[in-house]
Design a protein around this ligand. Structure first.
Ligand code: DLL
Length: 426
């Protein structure tokens, strides 16, 4: 552990710290952020109503729309002169969502990323190939700060330029790489094109996140790059990468740094709290943030808090892999489908590559799901077997099309979109 005194804090102490920090955050929001004061008024609560952790459910949720409505810095709780960095989240229509950090927030950011990288297997003195995008995206600079805190030597290569990335990996011999899972496969492809494999490179640990991925991708990245791959999760509104990370020795659930981020799992439809073990929407409160603390932020990410403690001695809870987002949930003729469920069926079959793409169309009143998958064997028999297994395991009829390895779009370091929804295009 990077910070055993925090990561393995006795549970009663952790719960007391969470309550204290939540009380402090709500008081600061009430005093300094008019939009929160109004939200509290509308919900009929005051900061004094937060006496136990259970009381939190009476407090209002924060949605992405709240950040947009208060664009750019309306939710800031500190004077403008105290701000030290701005990031923005990608991929939304219209204006981006802007998030702000003061000195204290950047310390917290570095600390949670350092813990995450350590859990992934990074150790002081190692060389760190950082292929997350540098810029407004939190991935590059966020992991950079944590790597400095841990004592790594960072190669700030950022995204894109795959050939140059491979050169740098060969020449500088990094032990640790951070990038999206889909980009890790792009790098493996480029190495293979040069006739190189895991024994020719120095990498040992890959810290992968920013998009949903599953065990099929993990297996492929691990064998082709010769690394242990762990899942790093996070989002700009809460801090960026480093809300949680798996431990390399365990690879079962990401330890959520609960001394800074308070997690809840809510029912996607009713927003009622769900117990540990149940799948629902992850809601997070960034308790220790100063510049732009958010209360009960509806991440839209579907996961669960895993029941019981992990095997590493940490007391903090683990979250499972993200199954999808509550808003990219595919509802196909009444059946809920997450793209990662399709991936799980492909893993089970074991005869395709992890590259797939879903296109949703509507003909008349019928929604159709077209699944393109790369496979060496483009036979009708395999295509029918995939359709049959998906029907049997998920309960939906899909049309599968096999295509040659390398033919589907690859990530250039940014987020890969696995679903194209053409149903609303008229
Ligand atoms: O993607 C922060 C990040 C950077 C995380 C690098 C990990 C590594 P945003 O651009 O605000 O921030 O996007 C946040 O990305 O709500 C999830 O839907 C998705 N996401 C992030 N990490 C994972 C993951 C960064 N490990 C949104 N698995 C989140 C699945 C992820 N989805």
């Amino acid at each position: 552990m990077f910070q055993p005194e925090r990561e393995a804090m006795p549970l009663p102490e952790l719960r007391a710290l969470q309550l204290r920090q939540l009380q402090d955050m709500v008081a600061r929001q009430h005093e300094h952020v008019p939009a929160y004061r109004k939200k509290f008024q509308d919900a009929g609560v005051t900061p004094d109503d937060l006496q136990t952790l259970d009381d939190l459910r009476r407090f209002p949720l924060t949605y992405k729309a709240d950040l947009r409505d208060n664009y750019p810095l309306g939710l800031s709780a500190v004077p403008r002169g105290a701000l030290r960095r701005i990031h923005a989240s990608s991929g939304t229509s219209g204006k981006p969502t802007v998030v702000a950090y003061d000195d204290h927030d950047l310390e917290v950011f570095a600390e949670v990323v350092a813990r995450s990288l350590y859990a992934a297997g990074a150790r002081p003195g190692m060389v760190f190939h950082n292929a997350y995008g540098y810029g407004l995206f939190t991935g590059g600079l966020g992991t950079h700060g944590g790597a400095a805190r841990l004592g790594l030597c960072t190669v700030p290569v950022s995204g894109g330029g795959t050939e140059r990335q491979v050169e740098l990996i060969l020449d500088l011999q990094p032990e640790v790489i951070a990038c999206t899972p889909s980009y890790a496969l792009v790098l493996a492809d480029q190495l293979a094109r040069r006739g190189l494999g895991p024994d020719d490179i120095s990498l040992r640990a890959a810290v992968l996140g920013a998009e949903p991925w599953g065990d099929k991708t993990r297996q492929e990245v691990e064998t082709r790059l010769g690394v242990k791959a762990t899942n790093i999760y996070g989002l700009s509104e809460i801090i960026g990468p480093g809300v949680s990370n798996e431990d390399a020795s365990e690879q079962r659930g990401s330890y959520l740094w609960e001394d800074h981020f308070y997690p809840e799992i809510l029912d996607p439809q009713t927003a009622e709290p769900l117990p540990d073990g149940a799948w629902g929407v992850l809601v997070l409160s960034s308790m220790s943030r100063r510049a732009m603390p958010v209360l009960r932020y509806w991440t839209g990410d579907i996961t669960r808090l895993m029941p019981g403690a992990g095997a590493t001695g940490r007391t903090m809870r683990r979250m499972d892999q993200i199954r999808g987002r509550s808003d990219d949930l595919i509802i196909l003729r009444g059946v809920n489908v997450y793209p990662t469920q399709l991936e799980a069926v492909l893993v089970g079959l074991g005869q395709t590559s992890p590259h797939y793409h879903v296109t949703l169309t509507r003909s008349g009143r019928m929604d159709e799901l077209h699944l393109q998958v790369e496979a060496h064997d483009e036979s009708v028999a395999l295509q029918q077997e995939i359709e049959r297994q998906i029907k049997a395991q998920i309960g939906v009829t899909v049309r599968c099309k096999l295509c040659a390895p390398g033919s589907l779009a690859r990530s250039e370091g940014g987020k890969l979109r696995r679903v194209t929804d053409l149903r609303d295009v008229r």
